[in-house]
Design a binder for this molecule. Structure first.
Ligand code: 5GP
Length: 234
């Protein structure tokens, strides 16, 4: 399958059409941004690692019955995916207090949540992806009630599957962001699943093995991405 026309370039990925109107190629870049692109850099081989790690996670989820846009990894940086009409909502699931939840509610990072929290953010760069509630999603037609119910149940299932898999490899899934889209009338999981979109902590040392190393200038960013790929490849 060959790349045809570039139809979208985001902060971490490019999307190309193919000869098949139902399929796109997702190209993974090394560019890294944080705080809505106010901080920019590159993480060497990030694209290669995120492509491979997403393949592993999407494959795992498929075996567990979670439907996604993933078709196959074509090369180091190219992934063949089903074309989605993206739902303009980022869904975040949290198991441990961190990041914007800690900041918004004045909580210390690291506390276990009694049950997973699901949050919705409106996908908008000019607005810095604001937190929204379900009624906003229905009122502005971002998704129907039936679609959001499906998204919520899929996110909780994905969270449970990933937590089990990662726990066996000594990793805590602190939180994660997922995107969904419509394909031939069905809601599918889209985007990527990697250290850019999830917080991963070592279970024993609680060392951060994700993009927070870049966001917070903690050093050894590349090392953390490589360590995560090694763990999930076990
Ligand atoms: P927080 O809301 O605490 O900043 O992020 C929660 C989780 O969602 C983290 O795992 C973070 O990586 C992910 N996340 C939230 N928003 C974005 C985003 O715009 N881009 C990416 N790559 N990840 C995000």
């Amino acid at each position: 399958m060959e790349k045809r026309e570039l139809i979208y370039e985001g902060k971490a990925k490019k999307l190309y059409t193919t000869d098949d109107p139902d399929l796109l190629i997702q190209y993974f870049k090394d560019d890294a941004t944080a705080f809505n692109a106010k901080k920019r850099g590159t993480i060497e081989d990030k694209g290669v690692i995120n492509n491979r790690m997403s393949e592993i996670f999407f494959g795992l989820l498929e075996r567990e019955g979670v439907r996604s846009h993933f078709v196959e990894r074509l090369s180091d940086r190219d992934m063949l995916v089903k074309r989605l009409e993206i739902v303009p909502v980022e869904t975040v699931v949290r198991n441990i207090v961190a990041g914007s939840l800690a900041k918004r509610l004045g909580l210390e990072e690291g506390g276990d949540l009694p049950r997973p929290i699901v949050e919705y953010y409106y996908k908008s760069d000019p607005l810095d992806d604001p937190l929204i509630i379900e009624d906003h999603i229905y009122a502005f037609g971002y998704a129907t009630e039936a679609e959001l119910a499906k998204i919520r149940s899929m996110v909780l299932e994905v969270n449970a599957v990933l937590r089990r898999f990662l726990d066996a490899r000594g990793i805590l899934l602190v939180d994660a962001k997922f995107e969904f889209g419509r394909h031939k009338g069905e809601i599918l999981l889209g985007d990527e699943i990697c250290p850019d979109t999830c917080r991963f902590w070592d279970k024993v040392t609680r060392e951060k093995l994700d993009k927070d190393r870049f966001r917070r200038d903690l050093g050894n960013v590349e090392g953390a991405y490589h360590e995560m790929l090694t763990r999930v490849s076990q």
